[in-house]
Design a protein around this ligand. Sequence first.
Ligand code: NAD
Length: 458
Amino acid sequence: MQSVSPQRPSEVIATFSETSPETVAATVEAARLAQRSWAALPAPERARTLARAASEVEAAARDLTELGIAEVGKPRLEMASEVQRGIAILQYYAGAVLDPEGDALPSPDGKSLLWSRRHAQGVAGLITPWNFPVAIPLWKMAPALAYGNAVVLKPAPAATAIAQLLGDLLQRCLPPGLVQLVPGGAVTGAALVETADLVSFTGSSSVGASIVRQGAERQIPVQAEMGGQNASIVLPDADLASAASLIAASAMGYAGQKCTATSRVIVVEGASRFLEALVEAVRGLRVSDPGESLTTVGPVITEAARERALGAVELGRQEGGRVIAGGQPFAGDGYFVEPTLVAGLEPSAHLCQEEVFAPVAAVLTARDLDEAIEVANGVRFGLVSSVYTSNLDAAMDSLSRLQTGLVRVNAPTSGVDFYAPFGGTGASGYGMKEQGKAAAAFYTKSQTLTIAPSGSSS
Ligand code: NAD
């Protein structure tokens, strides 16, 4: 297997073989041995080790950034800030591991002790996508390790080189066997779900659904963070210029390849000047080599992804849509697509229901906030939605009626705070939330413990 640079597809970044199911099983076994002594270490020692891992990643920040740009085509500024986020995640869990690990409960008889305590789960199988090649592996690995688990990471094939560098950096500070990598595709991923003690997956909704089924069959904990079809609602009282520039960036930044990208812009009647501002903001985005520091939109990840994006725009035209910005590929080797807006579609159109994962968004109109919220909620996904308004009542109404896992007012759909719970509903998220303190619940299991005085009669 190979990963190649999406801006220069003739440049091969990594060549590797699919890890066989037998090797995956042996790797999980080796990780299990290492996990027992790791979990037995006092928490302050695990904290110190994670802090060292953060320093190791910090020292390699430049290399990780360059490799991310080359391998997954993420624009320089975004890639550099993703690496900084990765370091902050490691530092955060180095502190969080010292939080209380259970609750002391009232004694049932006035004499006995009753409390709950959290323990590590074992070997965490982590299956990740290519679009956040540093932050997503780290927001799974850091809490898993902090709470005493071992990790076996199956990175996306398109992000294998950067995962290998990240793995090397962590392996330098952590005990042998505790952090392992199994490069490969679906076969390797399925083998990991077959052998790990718990599985955290991020990727598409279709693959997520199959992993959830496979995990349920084995009765192991599974969490799956999946695709999105995120809406941004614009009300007439919003700061329209600011909304246009935030929405353009969240729909098209990194070529729309974020689970949190805005895919539907719902413009409420009366905000018609907004459309002009949006088209202008989208046309003003810099589409160029992701290595340049001013680039906002780089290439999409593969030729197949570019064909899918252009096919979705064509289908939009057939369904009655008007392309009001972009719509074309760029000439040349890299997989570039013009940032594209399609207006005039029905909410049931393909572009308004499915995730395209490219710099393509649909623009819809709604009579009022009620209709806008109904349209926003009318998809099987439920990751994030945004509302742009200066009216407090409209903001509060939206916060209580939008059904996504994250709801943001006057802030773009894209954007994740690593210390806050993160996750979707419906086809976007299954199981426990990730990140922040929420991660502790997934990577540990709780026991309820009692000690009664000897000789108790009941
Ligand atoms: P993908 O589903 O194709 O692959 C994700 C991972 O699963 C890869 O490592 C892949 O090799 C592995 N895989 C594929 N088939 C498998 C199988 N049958 N069993 C086990 N593993 C298997 O997704 P992708 O193209 O890498 O990433 C893009 C998708 O990820 C988009 O849908 C995007 O919305 C989603 N995503 C979601 C979030 C989130 O937090 N909600 C974040 C980033 C990306």
